[in-house]
Design a protein around this ligand. Structure first.
Ligand code: ZN
Length: 373
């Protein structure tokens, strides 16, 4: 079982938005009152604080009883998230009128594909703008606690799900290794390359234009720079969606149950490249591409593992000796193999993931949760 957070955008009328704001303000006020009580009694234990604060608070608020419980929970969560060896207490007025509101299963529910939420004037039903990952979490997961959040003039319901692990039979644990590469955007161990020359050309043009505009440095060139980089970001996002989708389909088609990726935290240090190549690397949203692959794979019931990228591009996937690189080709002088270097890397990733998973299960799993929220 793993926990995932889906950020669900809510569709609200002006009137509904006002009702949500009212809950938000009142619950922040109540939370701050609870913080004061906790300070006065030097009590931060959830059960004790509940006993101490519940009735006094209930007498002074229009919040329903369950929402008072949720406020107590929110205060205790905020306290727990402090490092309480160093800091003993929550600051007074920790909760702002714009703070998120804690909801639990008794204060929200789903009704005909919409979200029913507690407000001070009774329940309201709000349509949800669901993307693919959110739909998938709703389908396979068990919804748990949630935070109502107001961000960029829109309401979001950040809902935590328990997602069941996909059972893996030992025989079917075939691994698709994916190298997010230097020469192409991605290469897979089944032999496919994604985002080749055409994409690289487009990216090079964008990089060149950005440089030109940066050099110019005038007001209008800065404005132009902003719109072109927005456009480029959209293009990259779109391409990342297409590539991640294709990779997940490829895994399904080749009956792989596991997708192995590199732990990319150090990719930029790993690749010793010319200045031009480095520039292109920085221009690509690798973390975003990984994020897309992870959620699409999980939605399709595939497991995702992360391997240490050390030597994946320098080792021969056949004989495991160090080889040399000649432009896009990997050449092994020991066994004589020559192949596309990104493809060789993806074969190594697949091999490492398969052996690590079979032997110990000890493969890194970077936390993608925050990224998904
Ligand atoms: Zn070799």
């Amino acid at each position: 079982m793993q926990k995932r957070t889906a950020s669900i955008k809510l569709v609200t009328t002006t009137q509904q938005s006002a009702l949500l704001s009212a809950v938000q303000r009142e619950s922040a006020r109540v939370c701050n009152t609870i913080v004061l009580l906790a300070h006065k009694n030097n009590c931060w234990n959830h059960v004790k604080l509940h006993r101490l604060a519940y009735y006094p608070i209930r007498a002074t608020t229009t919040l329903g009883s369950q929402m008072v419980c949720n406020s107590l929970k929110a205060v205790c969560n905020a306290f727990k998230s402090l490092n309480y060896k160093k800091t003993k207490e929550l600051p007074i007025n920790t909760f702002k009128p714009s703070s998120s509101v804690h909801y639990d299963k008794k204060t929200y529910s789903f009704k005909d594909g919409a979200l029913s939420l507690y407000t001070l004037s009774g329940r309201i039903v709000l349509p949800m703008a669901l993307g693919k990952p959110q739909k998938e979490y709703l389908r396979i997961g068990t919804p748990k606690e949630a935070q109502l959040v107001y961000r960029n003039k829109k309401w979001f319901f950040n809902l935590v799900f328990d997602i069941p692990d996909v059972p893996l039979s030992k025989l079917s644990g075939k691994v698709l290794g994916v190298d997010l590469g230097e020469n192409v955007v991605a290469a897979t161990s089944s032999g496919k390359l994604y985002g080749g020359r055409q994409l690289r050309h487009k990216r090079d043009c964008a990089v060149a234009q950005r440089r030109r505009l940066q050099r110019k440095g005038t007001k209008s060139s800065k404005r132009k720079l902003k719109t072109t980089s927005d456009k480029e970001a959209r293009h990259i996002k779109h391409t990342n969606h297409l590539i991640s989708k294709a990779i997940v389909h490829e895994a399904l088609d080749s009956e792989c149950h596991v997708i192995a990726l590199e732990n990319l935290t150090n990719i930029r240090d790993r690749i010793k490249a010319t200045k031009r190549v480095r520039y292109r690397l920085h221009g690509w949203a690798w973390a975003q591409l990984q994020r897309f692959i992870v959620y699409k794979a999980q939605a399709a019931g595939l497991k995702v593992v992360f391997v240490n990228p050390a030597y994946t591009s320098k080792t021969c996937a056949e004989c495991k000796q160090l080889g040399i690189r000649v432009k896009h080709r990997f050449v092994c002088k020991v066994c004589g193999i020559q192949r596309h270097s990104d493809l060789n890397a993806s074969l190594n990733i697949s091999r490492i993931a398969a052996s690590a998973d079979a032997a110990t299960g000890a493969v890194n799993h970077p936390n993608m949760e925050a990224a998904l929220a």
